[in-house]
Design a protein around this ligand. Structure first.
Ligand SMILES: Cc1cc2nc3c(=O)[nH]c(=O)nc-3n(C[C@H](O)[C@H](O)[C@H](O)COP(=O)(O)OP(=O)(O)OC[C@H]3O[C@@H](n4cnc5c(N)ncnc54)[C@H](O)[C@@H]3O)c2cc1C
Length: 320
C-alpha cells in the first residue's frame, strides 16, 4: 500500500516578524514548516518595533519600495478582516525641517498628501494612512496562524545553519552575522519608551536628525515614543539620560504626551546591512538555503513582500 505523500520539510531560523511571516506563507503553500529560534517572538527585536509601516534604514530603494507596497496591502487587509491580529490603519505625519520632494517610497502608499499646516519649526511633511502593528498582539497571532496550518515553533539556539531539511530559511536577523558569516550586518541601536495610552490615535515621525529620530506611535494599549538610531552600538540596556531626552523632544512634537505615565523602557538592535539579503544559495545535494535578513528599521514594513519573494525562490527549486 502506498504511504501518504510526504510534504517537503522546511526549517525556518528565527521567530521575529521576518521568520514568522515567511513560515506562515510557506505553510499556506503546503510545506511542512518548523521554526527554530533562540529567542521566542516576544523576546526578539521585532517585539521592540514601534511598529508603524515606514520604510526606514533599509536598502536598496527599489526593492524596499516594492516589498513595502505589498506588505502595506496585506496589513490593510488584515486591519479590515482580522481585528484580532493587532493591526490598525492610522493617519499620521512625517514632518521635515526643510521642504523636500516626495519620499523615495511614495509609490508604495495609496494616498500621500503634503502636510497643510506643519507645526512650528517644521517646513512641511507628508501625511498618509499607515498600518500600525501592535507587536505584542501580532507576533503571537502569527504563531497561532502558523500552528493552525500545521507548523511548529521550538526554542532552539543553532550554532550553524542546519542540514536536517532540504530547505532552510535563514531569518536570524542580526545574528546572521555569525550564522552566515556576514560581517556587513551591523546593529543600529534603538531605544524607546512605552507610555500609557492617553487617547492618541495619530502617529508622528520626524527623521531630520539621523541618530535621533523622533516618533510617537499610538497602539492599542500604549504609545511608543522614540527614539535613537545609534550605529554600531551593541548595548541593549536602556539609558536613563537617553530616555529623558526622548520624552522631552517627543513632548515638544506632541504636547498631549506631557505627564503620560511611562510604562517601560526598551532597546532593540536593528539588523542593518548595505542592502537586505534576500537570495537563495544552493548548498548541494538538492538542498537550498534562502537568506532573508538585514531589514534594518523596516522589517515589519517589508515583511509580507519579502515573504512572497522567499516563497517564490523556494517554489522555483523544491515543490511542496
Ligand atoms: C526601537 C526600534 C523601533 C523599530 N520600529 C520599527 C517600525 O516602526 N517599523 C518597522 O517596520 N520596523 C521597525 N523596527 C525594525 C524591526 O524591528 C526589524 O527590522 C525587525 O525586527 C527585523 O526582524 P527579524 O525577524 O529579521 O529579526 P529579529 O526580530 O531580531 O528576529 C531574529 C530571530 O532569529 C533568532 N535567532 C538568531 N540567532 C539564532 C540562532 N543562532 N539560532 C536560532 N535562532 C536564532 C532570534 O532568536 C529571533 O527569533 C524597529 C526596530 C527598533 C529596534
Amino acid at each position: 500500500m502506498a504511504g501518504l505523500p510526504t510534504r517537503t520539510r522546511v526549517i525556518v531560523i528565527g521567530a521575529g516578524v521576518v521568520g514568522l511571516t515567511c513560515a506562515v506563507r510557506l505553510a499556506e503553500a503546503g510545506y511542512d514548516v518548523h521554526v527554530l529560534a533562540r529567542d521566542l517572538p516576544l523576546e526578539t527585536t521585532s517585539a521592540v518595533a514601534a511598529a508603524v509601516w515606514y520604510p526606514y534604514r533599509a536598502l536598496p530603494q527599489d526593492r524596499v519600495t516594492a516589498w513595502s507596497a505589498r506588505a502595506y496591502a496585506e496589513f490593510a487587509r488584515l486591519a479590515e478582516v482580522e481585528p484580532g491580529a493587532g493591526v490598525r490603519m492610522r493617519t499620521g505625519r512625517e514632518l521635515t525641517r526643510a521642504e523636500i520632494p516626495q519620499p523615495w517610497w511614495a509609490e508604495a502608499v495609496p494616498d500621500l498628501r503634503p502636510v497643510s499646516r506643519p507645526p512650528s519649526g517644521y517646513a512641511g511633511g507628508w501625511e498618509f494612512e499607515a498600518p500600525v502593528v501592535d507587536m505584542s498582539v501580532y507576533l503571537p497571532w502569527l504563531v497561532t496562524r502558523l500552528e493552525r496550518l500545521g507548523g511548529t515553533l521550538t526554542r532552539h539556539a543553532l550554532s550553524a545553519l542546519p542540514n536536517a531539511a532540504q530547505v532552510v530559511i535563514n531569518c536570524a536577523g542580526l545574528a546572521a552575522r555569525r550564522l552566515a558569516d556576514d560581517r556587513t550586518l551591523t546593529p543600529v541601536r534603538g531605544q524607546i519608551c512605552q507610555v500609557e495610552q492617553i487617547g492618541l490615535s495619530e502617529w508622528w515621525v520626524d527623521d531630520s536628525e539621523p541618530s535621533r529620530p523622533v516618533y510617537v506611535v499610538p497602539r492599542l494599549h500604549d504609545i511608543v515614543v522614540g527614539g535613537t538610531a545609534e550605529e554600531g552600538d551593541w548595548d541593549t540596556r536602556p539609558r536613563e539620560e537617553t530616555a529623558r531626552a526622548i520624552l522631552t523632544v517627543a513632548e515638544r512634537l506632541v504636547p498631549a504626551l506631557a505627564g503620560a505615565r511611562v510604562l517601560r523602557h526598551r532597546v532593540g538592535l536593528r539588523p542593518a546591512r548595505p542592502s537586505v539579503r534576500l537570495e537563495a544559495e544552493d548548498t548541494g545535494g538538492g538542498r537550498v538555503v534562502v537568506h532573508c535578513y538585514g531589514h534594518g528599521g523596516a522589517g515589519v514594513t517589508m515583511s509580507w513582500g519579502c515573504a512572497d519573494d522567499v516563497i517564490a525562490l523556494v517554489q522555483e527549486r523544491v515543490p511542496a
